[in-house]
Write a protein of this length. Structure first.
Lengths: 543, 81
């Protein structure tokens, strides 16, 4: 989190006495390289040297008061000679240093000045960073939208009692029959059933299927079918349900995927969301779409491409419904270092979700065959691309790319590598505000779009796992409801320990914003076993 | 060599190579481990520099050293008067 550290006594004293004058004088001397590093250079040709030992090879510090330069061994000496000369700047890095604390110190005012100089020096237009005040209105709208999909009305549902309920499992837990290699569909449906705002939308009758125009004219409506599906699963009836109508409805929409062959769960997920989007209320031409699929799952990605010659950055924004991640394998790209690299290509490196997210937001040098046309240089240049998340969705779906396709060799294979994933996820380091901020070193400065009141903390609620090979595999979903994990294997639902989930081979991970997740769980009240129920009646759905 | 700006360019190249091969990440985790052990408020930049420097110097991969040495040599050769 970016809370400003408190200034040390010496920095505070300096500020009181000198204010910003020292910083302002320094500003002129700051130069920034295209890669983003800011240094202090007072004369182009002069080599900075320590005024005590004449050395130039250690870290050099410029005194903010008298501009004398000392190396790391002699900064203290300078401070002893000149009373009050305690604050200096690391010449190479443009970072504040307190001589008496022997430590780096931070001042947002200083960073602001460094940043401003950096930005002024960058080629005009599209420098990738806007130092204006953040835009709040769209953010507020999103929060309201989230609350709208809230749970007030869901409480009414909870009070309804169904005599068929036989266990004290939470509501909405019901097995789904496999209709012929449809585990890909069942697994995703289980996750959708428990995506908090998505679930609430369908359960609170916001989707009024009585007046659905399509249905009244006897046509298929995907949204209505989903509504019916939700009602059935949350009815309290625990016998496994066959989502045939929904399957048929989806086939109509995705004709190319209509078959009894095993499909990819992720493709199904995207296709269903697409179907909901198309079947829903037509969005305005400009602005965000307000269909439930977009309201719940859509976020925005930011892509920055920086010219390596001049530093000009081109920024584009694209919406996303999910993020597909490559597995991080810990191998370094330079294969010539493979033999003598620090990490011998070992099998002991464990892939983690955070590692994959790091990989996703890592600056990537574009190959020489992908030279980017730089507006400023007016020619194709080598460049660096970096992705970050501009806006997080309410529900974040992370897809792990386990299926590799080689169109040239006409071959596909599955990557079975285990990947560790957390149950609580803080997306802050992957936001555009964090990623862009890091480009400029250790700066304490609020950037545009610093979403200070938007939560970046997520809780996991569903994991879709895949086992087996590409052609013959099986999908299973684990749901996290009210502190208990449940395994949903088509028609069979069992409670499991969290270790089982942690050890599973995840394919799609579903995280909900923490607040939404906890609120949603409050409503899933367990219904006690009805005394009149026959305890010996076998329940195929729940074991 | 400093005056011509070559040192700066070589430093940039070195930085790139060290990031690529994971050296920087390794140093980062060493710093984190040290900080965790000492406690966040008991560590200064100077401490870290003193602790990490010997380890860092020792763990620069040979190919990286070789490449940089090669470039320095050729630069000096090209500017020899």
């Amino acid at each position: 989190m970016y809370t400003n550290p408190k200034p040390c006594k010496h920095l505070a004293d300096y500020k009181l006495r000198h204010g910003l004058s020292g910083y302002n004088l320094l500003q002129e001397q700051i130069r920034t390289t295209p890669s983003g590093k800011s240094s202090v250079k007072n004369h182009q040709t002069e080599i900075p040297r320590c005024c005590f030992c004449n050395g130039y090879q250690k870290r050099l510090y410029l005194c903010l008061i008298c501009s004398s330069i000392s190396c790391s061994s002699h900064t203290l000496l300078h401070s002893q000679c000149e009373n009050g000369h305690d604050i200096a700047v690391d010449i190479e890095r443009s970072e504040l240093y307190c001589v008496l604390c022997c430590d780096q110190v931070y001042d947002p005012d200083f960073d602001k000045i460094v940043m401003l100089k950096h930005l002024m020096d960058l080629p005009r237009s599209g420098n990738g960073v806007d130092v204006s005040a953040g835009r709040r209105s769209s953010k507020r709208r999103r929060l309201c939208s989230a609350l709208e999909l809230d749970l007030k009305k869901t409480k009414q549902l909870v009070s309804m009692r169904d005599l068929r309920a036989k266990s004290c499992y939470p509501l909405g837990l019901r097995g789904l029959n496999n209709l012929g290699s449809t585990c890909f569909m069942n697994s995703v449906l289980q996750a959708l059933l428990h995506a908090p705002p998505f679930r609430n939308y369908f359960l609170t009758g916001q989707r009024n299927h009585e007046v659905c125009r399509k249905r009244s004219s006897d046509r298929l409506c995907l949204l209505c079918d989903i509504y019916v599906f939700f009602s059935a699963v949350f009815s309290g009836d625990r016998t496994p349900y066959s989502p045939a109508q929904l399957l048929y409805s989806w086939w109509q929409h995705s004709a190319n995927l209509a078959s009894y062959e095993q499909q990819d769960a992720h493709e199904f997920f995207i296709s269903v969301l697409d179907g909901i989007h198309e079947n829903g209320v037509k969005a305005r031409n400009t602005g965000e779409c307000h269909c439930v699929a977009h309201r719940v799952f859509s976020g925005q990605l930011r892509s920055d491409v920086t010219c390596m010659s001049c530093g000009y950055t081109s920024t584009t924004y694209d919406p996303f419904m999910d993020i597909s991640l490559n597995l991080d394998t810990g191998n370094c790209p330079s294969t010539d270092l493979a033999n003598k690299s620090l990490k011998p290509s070992d099998n002991t490196y464990v892939s983690t979700l955070l590692g994959c997210l790091d990989l996703f937001t890592k600056p990537e040098k574009l190959g020489s065959d992908q030279k980017f046309f730089c507006e400023n240089c007016q020619e194709r240049q080598d460049s660096v691309k970096q992705m970050s998340i501009k806006r997080l969705p309410l529900v974040l779906c992370l897809h792990i790319k386990r299926f590799e396709h080689f169109p040239v060799r006409r071959m596909s294979r599955k990557i079975d590598r285990y990947m560790q994933f957390p149950f609580c996820l803080d997306m802050n380091p992957y936001l555009s505000s964090s990623v862009v901020r890091n480009r400029f070193g250790n700066r304490m400065f609020a950037f545009e779009g610093d979403e200070l009141d938007t939560s970046t903390e997520f809780e996991i609620f569903a994991v879709v796992t895949h086992s087996g090979t590409l052609d013959s595999g099986h999908y299973v979903t684990y749901l996290h409801l009210k502190d208990q994990w449940y395994k949903c294997d088509d028609a069979w639902i069992t409670a499991v320990e969290e270790e089982v989930v942690r050890a599973s081979q995840c394919y799609m991970l579903f995280y909900a914003q923490k607040m939404l997740y906890y609120k949603a769980n409050e409503d899933l009240v367990c219904q006690p076993v009805s005394p009149r129920a026959d305890p010996f009646l076998p329940i195929a759905g729940c074991c | 060599m400093i005056e011509s700006g070559e040192k700066e360019r070589l430093k940039e190249l070195l930085r790139e190579r060290l990031i690529e091969c994971g050296w920087r990440d390794e140093m980062k985790s060493l710093c984190r481990a040290y900080t965790r052990k000492k406690g966040r408020n008991n560590v200064t930049v100077d401490d870290l520099v003193h602790v990490i420097t010997p380890k860092g110097r020792a763990s620069v991969p040979d190919p990286v050293k070789a490449e940089l040495l090669q470039r320095i040599r050729s630069f000096l050769a090209s500017t020899a008067t």
